[in-house]
Design a protein around this ligand. Structure first.
Ligand code: ADP
Ligand code: ASP
Ligand code: MG
Length: 440
């Protein structure tokens, strides 16, 4: 049997934290463990800053930034490693990575180089952990995620490839039971280094756990489970003991930062339970996400997603016409832009998007149907719970709680387990708090 254990940025954020990982891994019961690590917290942001400086050709500032990061890692390895031999090996490795970071000054700096830079955070954290285990005399195998994590031309993970090539790597070490690999990073269809977007280590864990059909996927982070509201904005939020895959997928897709927006889908498809656990509070039972539905007749949780643009298309041609919505949807399909919310009236349709790369083209195409208006800086507030029609009381409480907030759109009835509200982002925190006070 096998388990996947993913540790996020803060869980590998300092030498002390890294020392906590081994006892956690040792306390597990599976025969084999695949450990997935994020970059040390802050490092991916530092690498983004560095790439921006290279893009702007500000090489002096780039060098200063690299030097600052290099010194940070020298101090980190000096504290993490206890023997001269261990320190030397780690320093040599770190020096090689920083040589690479320095080497971009004379290159034509494109998004391909940027993605190579962003990959270094996870390469550093996994290698340092592997070397530290070696120093302690503990056997482990460091696998390169670039040998098996693959996305296709549409940026979708290729799970069959991932399964085949990850199994091939694992099979090379039949007698080993501790494997380490990088979260976040992958290869793309062009064979370049790429990534699964910010927060993507959760997605790596779910993809590998699903592909290998492991016993359980554990996501170790800095909070005691999935809370019923966003703890960054709302006081007195509480961890939820159990979520169904659908509930967790909806909440993370609609902004709950604890999980990457796509990360529940592979686990759900292969029915692999996901457990959220707290590296700073080992006694907390965390949250179990599984195929069971246990939160009946309840409001489960609230989440919010920022950066939403609402688009309204008003057209008298919509009246009594069929095929109108299809034509509208085709515009979004043409520009590969997903729609999140949609509401319609007799003469208008409103919908929301969060990818605005092709917004000008989309607006231009939509204008052939009628008048088009857009509102940017909106937030979707997503309330997940049991909204079956005999539970109409819940919808009433929701509307009571937000009666003082300007609501741009409401979506209710699309599924039986959610209500979504679109509000200007400046009202998001107030909406989250007011809903929290009424609902919990
Ligand atoms: P990691 O680095 O381990 O991946 P993240 O910072 O990505 O950790 O995710 C954990 C953080 O998500 C928490 O510290 C918390 O601030 C934030 N968060 C947002 N919404 C929720 C929620 N509903 N439940 C728990 N944490 C949440
Ligand atoms: N290191 C990456 C990020 O900061 C991936 C992750 O931590 O999940 O986005
Ligand atoms: Mg994360």
């Amino acid at each position: 049997s096998m388990k996947v254990l993913k540790f996020g940025g803060t869980s590998v954020g300092s030498p002390e934290r890294i020392e906590q990982l081994l006892p956690i891994i040792k306390s597990q019961t599976a025969d084999k463990h695949l450990v997935i690590l994020s970059a040390v917290s802050g490092t991916t942001n530092d690498l983004v800053t560095l790439s921006d400086l290279y893009t702007k050709k500000e090489n002096d500032a780039a060098y200063k930034h690299i030097e600052f990061l290099h010194n940070k890692y020298k101090a980190f390895t000096n504290e993490l490693f206890k023997t001269e031999e261990g320190k030397t090996e780690a320093d040599n490795f770190i020096d090689r990575i920083f040589q690479l970071l320095y080497s971009f000054k004379n290159t034509d700096f494109t998004s391909a180089e940027e993605r190579v830079i962003l990959a270094q955070g996870e390469i550093i954290s996994t290698t340092l952990f592997h070397l530290r285990l070696k120093e302690k005399g503990i056997s482990s195998v460091l696998l390169s995620a670039l040998d098996f994590m693959l996305i296709d031309a549409e940026n979708e993970p290729d799970i069959d490839y991932i399964r085949e090539y990850c199994k091939k790597e694992l099979a090379k070490y039949p007698n080993e039971n501790l494997f380490i690999t990088q979260g976040f990073i992958c290869k793309n269809a062009q064979g370049e280094t790429d990534n699964l977007r910010r927060g993507g280590s959760d997605y790596t864990a779910s993809l590998l756990g699903a592909a290998l059909e492991v016993e359980e996927i554990q996501i170790w982070t800095d909070i005691d489970g999935f809370h019923n509201n966003d703890p960054r904005y709302v006081p007195n939020t509480k961890p939820i003991a159990h979520l169904s895959f659908d509930e967790a997928a909806e909440l993370s897709y609609f902004g709950a930062k604890i999980l990457h927006p796509q990360s529940v889908f592979p686990a759900r498809k292969f029915n692999v339970p996901v457990r959220l656990l707290d590296t700073m509070n080992l006694k907390a039972s965390g949250t179990l996400i599984s195929g069971e539905t246990t939160n009946q007749n309840q409001i489960v949780a609230i989440a919010a997603k920022d950066g939403i643009t609402a688009i309204r298309i008003q057209s008298s041609r919509m009246l009594m016409a069929y095929g109108f919505l299809r034509q509208i949807f085709e515009v979004f399909e043409r520009y590969k832009t997903p729609i999140d919310m949609i509401t319609t009236s007799e003469v208008a349709v409103s919908l929301t998007i969060d990818q605005t790369e092709y917004l000008p083209e989309i607006i231009k195409d939509l204008e052939t149907f009628g008048m088009v208006e857009t509102d940017s800086d909106q937030s979707i507030i997503c309330i997940v719970g049991d909204f079956r029609k005999n539970n109409h009381g819940h919808a009433t409480i929701v509307s009571e709680a937000v009666k003082h907030i300007p609501i741009r759109m409401i979506s209710y009835g699309g599924s039986e387990n959610n209500i979504s509200l679109l509000v200007p982002s400046s009202y998001k925190i107030e909406a989250l708090r007011s809903l929290h006070n009424r609902l919990f």
